[in-house]
Design a protein around this ligand. Structure first.
Ligand SMILES: [Fe+2]
Length: 467
């Protein structure tokens, strides 16, 4: 018996040594000391397999889908034909051999400096049945390509649903690892993408061929499940020096959002319901001061959220409000000042942002007491407040953010400078399991995880801070 006690103690010591060696704690937060394998973060060359042009004359490429309405029974299908317009029609149906419905779309082209795009098609498939697998075909009359997608369950409080979370992806070798790693999760039905897609603007004259290559790279996922788009700074493509003065020109030509369905007046901020979640997408690079369209829209939007119908209230944005890295420090501060009181008032469950090329998760905190003269400007624990998660770790060519502010602020629960993605697995109206997966780990391994308890249904439970 005594010997067994010794071995148990020894096991405990070993576990503690491993834990302390892995992470350092400071004021309750964890800074992971995991060291990713150091290697150059380079974009994949344009002749890489992942960018290959599909075979066949004028074959549709860069196929991607997104939710097409408020409730999830419409899908917008987008694709590019390189040589000539061809058909803008999508054939679709619930049987692979019988695509008996059709949706006619439109196509357009745009120029950016010395680049002219292919023919960019968008078609909306409406009145789809919930929770149903649809097959669809594009390139009708020429080279036809077939894909499929699954619609979400009917909006409701207790329908389980799993989201993927990816940000700042780019098209480097690390981006490819992130996407492949995400693809090993077979449960996720949609990606919440927190902005910065192609990083084409890092090339001379914003070489828009890198928008095309990115579209081909991600097609293996975007053609089969909706990616819910947030715009980041790399979507601005605002370059007056070369005569490009229309912000978001490549993005708005290539990607669609269902903004009108939520009464938004611009594609950069909008809402959708999907299964048990109400998702509000905000625009860090559009005006949000008082009286602006985005401000007025959000002011009207929060009261519309019915937590008995969609218990989970999720907000996406690009520039994080709470970020303890030295990169982009405080860039989200002005939006926080404008909107944070609403986030607390309406008990937002979680806020996902990107921009900082690393991972961080906060405790439930707020910083809304300051009134210029009272000096109350330090974040404090607040169970009505959301958890803030920075997931800008997709792996783009700009590399990792590795410098952190020290000591780790008390609001920061966990941070690690690695590439990865996350999964949000909503179980029912009260519980959701969240996991972050660094690229170096196997599919089932998570480097950070927590159970979310719903702010509306379980507002007093403090399990949110469990690491
Ligand atoms: Fe960014």
């Amino acid at each position: 018996m005594e010997q067994r006690g010794h071995s148990l103690n020894l096991s405990f010591v070993i576990v503690m040594v491993v834990f302390v060696g892995f992470a350092s704690t400071c004021q309750g937060g964890v800074t992971s000391r995991f060291q990713r394998k150091l290697e150059a973060t380079k974009d994949m060359p344009l002749d890489s397999d992942v960018f290959s042009v599909p075979a066949g004359y004028n074959a549709p490429q860069q196929v991607h889908i997104t939710q097409g309405d408020l409730n999830g029974n419409a899908v917008i299908v987008s694709w590019v034909t390189p040589k000539e317009p061809g058909s803008s029609t999508v054939l679709y149906g619930t049987s692979e051999d019988k695509l008996d419905k059709s949706a006619k779309g439109k196509y357009g082209q745009y120029k950016y400096y010395n680049y002219t795009s292919g023919f960019i098609h968008h078609a909306t498939l409406r009145h789809l049945k919930y929770d149903t697998k649809y097959y669809y075909a594009v390139g009708i009359g020429q080279t036809v390509r077939k894909f499929w997608f699954k619609t979400p369950p009917q909006v409701g409080p207790d329908v389980p649903y799993t989201f993927g979370l990816i940000g700042d992806l780019g098209q480097s070798y690390d981006s490819n690892k992130t996407l492949s790693h995400y693809e090993t999760n077979k449960d996720a039905g949609a990606v919440l993408f927190v902005g910065d897609l192609s990083y084409a603007d890092n090339y001379p004259y914003h070489d828009n061929r890198r928008w095309d290559s990115w579209g081909r790279f991600v097609e293996r996922s975007t053609a089969y499940q909706p990616w819910i788009w947030t715009v980041g700074n790399h979507e601005l493509d605002f370059e007056p020096d070369i005569g490009e003065t229309v912000p978001f020109k490549p993005f708005t030509n290539r990607y669609r959002t269902p903004y009108r369905a939520s009464n938004s007046t611009a594609p950069f901020w909008y809402s959708i319901k999907r299964g048990p979640a109400y998702i509000i997408v905000l625009a860090s690079y559009s005006a949000y001061g008082k009286y602006t369209p985005q401000y007025k829209w959000l002011e009207d939007e929060f009261p519309k959220v019915n937590r008995s119908e969609t218990p989970w209230l999720i907000v996406m944005m690009h520039s994080p409000w709470y970020n303890s890295y030295n990169y982009h420090y405080m860039e989200g501060e002005t939006m926080r000042v404008m909107f944070e009181t609403w986030f607390v008032q309406y008990k937002v469950d979680m806020v996902f942002a990107g921009h900082v090329h690393a991972y961080e998760r906060s405790h439930r905190i707020s910083n809304v007491a300051y009134n210029i003269v009272n000096g109350k400007c330090i974040p404090v624990p607040n169970q009505d407040a959301p958890v803030y998660i920075t997931i800008g770790d997709g792996g783009n060519l700009e590399g990792l953010a590795s410098n952190m502010t020290e000591p780790q602020p008390s609001y920061s629960a966990f941070r690690e400078s690695s590439f990865g993605h996350a999964i949000l697995d909503i179980k029912n109206r009260t519980h959701a399991y969240y996991t972050w997966h660094r690229n170096q780990d196997g599919a089932k391994v998570m480097a950070d995880s927590m159970w979310f308890t719903n702010r509306f249904w379980l507002p007093t439970d403090d399990s949110s801070n469990v690491v």
